[in-house]
Design a protein around this ligand. Sequence first.
Ligand code: EPU
Length: 422
Amino acid sequence: MARYEINGGKPLEGTVTISGAKNAAVAILPAALLVSGKCRVENVPDISDVRILLDILEGMGVKLAYPEPHVVELDSSEVQCTTPDPELVKKMRASYYLMGALLGRFGHAHVALPGGCNFASRPIDQHIKGFLALGADVDETEDYVALKPTEEGLHGARITLDMASVGATVNIMVAATLLPGQTVIENAAKEPHIVDLANFLNSMGAKIRGAGTDVIRVRGVQNLHGTTYTVIPDQIETGTLMIAAAATRGDVVIHGCIPTHMEALTAKLLEMGVRVTENDDSIRVRPQGVQRAVNVKTQVYPGFPTDLQQPMTSLLCMANGVSTVSETIFERRFMHLDELRRMGAHIKLMDHSTILIEGVRELYGAPVTVTDLRAGAALIVAGLMAKGVTEIYETSYIDRGYERIEEKLRSLGADIRREKLS
Ligand code: EPU
């Protein structure tokens, strides 16, 4: 248990480097189960979700080595277990990717239902629809999902998702990689981590085309081979730091990112009157005059990411005028609002998906509690903006997805301390 203490109001200045993408790493690492051989994965973020996932894989018999920081070697040759430790599985969301990987490699899986950030009801009916179409017999209870082949066996299929679900796209793509025939995923998610996962699988010999578009085609192969692969930089960490730079009216160069992944956020910051300039793999955020209120609507990629909605809301708390934020991906992803109000924000919930933010001149430090990962990012941003001291509790949510965030912010001049609580 720990808390952050932030003495706010200091502009962030300097250069910071982005870690590997959480949501790519948590899809790629379980996909290494598909190959009876070695995978070396580089640029793996050192965050608690990844650590839990690696513990699960190790418990299943994957041999792990850590030759350098941020590099993991996985050897799944001797894995036989298709029932990952339910207690560990329940600790995180992305453990549901074990279903697709185990179904693809062994044709069987018995996986507890995942835990993770519970900011909304997060059904997995589209994952199940995919597994059924691929010829799996699905036994779903309140505690677990068990998969095995039906009599006709597992095979490629055409699946049209009801919504462009990231998780379902990953699970179907991974499961289909080793199945006979062609799988077509229509209305597929297009997020950068989907493309990264497809690149990883293709580097092992998979035949996947169309990742990054609405239609992904997977031609099943009989065998995969080991690979060396580097995870892309984290889009959401990049965005969080861009927002933090703007929120403190600082001057920050964010290195090792992919600016094209950031276009929706960059456009909104420019609209607010923030200066954003880009190079090949870096983005600089600087202040220029008054920051104006804007309207934000979350959408699937390349739209404004839901995972940046919460930190963006903090930034808008001190923008000049009235902003609206519409959350269209997850209902009620607004658990951070009460905490922001405690810091002096004027925010009104208009309905289950829209909030109205009236910009105030100051936010004030206060004790606040994190309810989920990106709510944590929002409270850090608010703490950096606020006058006085903000104490942030339940920081383990933040550790799930941000690597050494306090050290990165301190290197930019933030007055932030992490304190262990007994
Ligand atoms: N949905 C269903 N049924 C399904 C799957 C999704 O109704 O079977 C709904 C969800 O309830 C939601 C929408 O479809 O309303 C989109 O959900 P999606 O499946 O795309 O989200 P996810 O796979 O559960 C991933 C990320 C989230 C990120 C979303 C949206 C991982 C491990 N998680 O979640 O990341 O918010 O995509 O981009 O990749 C985070 O990093 O903080 C985080 C929550």
